[in-house]
Design a protein around this ligand. Structure first.
Ligand code: CUA
Length: 316
């Protein structure tokens, strides 16, 4: 699921092919050099003192020079060959499609903000840590960082690309096969760098469209009294200072958007499965799960916590 050995896009395949060629050719050369070294050691055994270069006949000497010359030339040839191949792969990866879905990704300590661009502002969609894309279509990612340098890396789909504060970089790929692909921040960015993961969910177009439409719906104010209380806890206890829930007054983007949280498979940027126990544990003591996380523990009464979690779980 998180492996460049299983490329599922033309871009990742190009990178994987380059790697396999480098491994193959490098491996053959290594075995050849090792074999020659072993042969030389064995052939030389027994007459170590007499067989130095001064006692070699002029004929043998010039033959040795030729062999070394040819080996040097072959080395340069192999390296230049890989240089050209590498450039060709780099160029192919850098060519951006002119059309297609564009998604802005903002790296934050330690999660990913995901914003789907649209010329119509009402069609823009903001979510976090789980990136849905249509299968078989080029998708362009505009990468930015809010704080420090991060690196966007979904090995099954493409190589790495850094997210640099104050600078926008781009990367694109086209997923061939529907599936869920794990991605990971690949640049050390602080305490929880290792727990800065994301998922790319590649779906056929109709399924993607359905997801997009559902995720664009603002949430309705709940009618159930527990959920209503949970929403009030959310708005008044401090959660709303950092998070967004569409359709409510919570509109901050300090932390990940929680709109349609229940539709995501993980919480805390791929750290925990999104289930009742984990959600509760995460709210009660986030520092125990992700030490250093910007998410503070907010003191809540048990009934407040239960209602809050019930409300969050209602955000389908
Ligand atoms: Cu973000 Cu490492």
């Amino acid at each position: 699921m998180h492996s460049f050995f299983n490329p599922t896009s033309p871009q990742a395949r190009a990178v994987a092919h380059l790697w396999w060629w480098m491994l193959g050719v490098g491996g053959v050369i290594w075995i050849g050099v090792a074999a020659i070294a072993v042969y030389a050691a064995l052939a030389n055994g027994g007459h170590r003192e007499s067989d130095d270069l001064q006692h070699v006949s002029p004929d043998t000497h010039s033959r040795m020079e030729r062999v070394v010359g040819v080996a040097g030339f072959a080395t340069v040839l192999v390296l230049v060959g890989f240089l050209i191949y590498d450039f060709a792969v780099g160029r192919a990866l850098a060519q951006h499609p002119q059309r297609g879905l564009t998604i802005q990704i903002t790296g934050q300590q330690w999660w990913w903000e995901v914003e789907y661009e649209s010329p119509d502002p009402s069609q823009r969609l903001v979510t976090a840590n789980e990136i849905h894309i249509p299968v078989g279509e080029p998708v362009q990612f505009k990468l930015r960082a809010a704080d420090v340098i991060h690196s966007f890396w979904a090995p099954n789909l493409n190589g790495k690309r850094d997210l640099i504060p104050g600078y926008m970089s781009t990367i694109w790929f086209k997923a061939d096969t529907a599936g869920v692909y794990r991605g990971q921040c690949a640049e050390f960015c602080g305490l929880q760098h290792a727990k800065m993961a994301f998922y790319i969910v590649a779906d056929p177009r109709p399924k993607f469209n359905a997801w997009y439409a559902a995720s664009s719906q603002p949430h309705q104010t709940p009618t159930d009294s527990t959920l209503l209380y949970g929403q009030r806890v959310f708005m008044t206890s401090g959660c709303a200072v950092c998070h967004t829930i569409s359709g409510t007054q919570a509109q901050s983007n300090v932390g990940p958007s929680l709109s349609h949280l229940e539709s995501r498979s993980t919480i805390a940027a791929g750290t925990l499965a999104n289930n009742h126990a984990n959600l509760m544990g995460w709210i009660v003591n986030p520092q125990a799960i992700k030490p250093g996380t910007r998410m503070p523990a907010i003191p809540l009464e048990p009934n407040q916590l239960t209602a809050l979690v019930a409300y969050l779980e209602s955000l389908k």
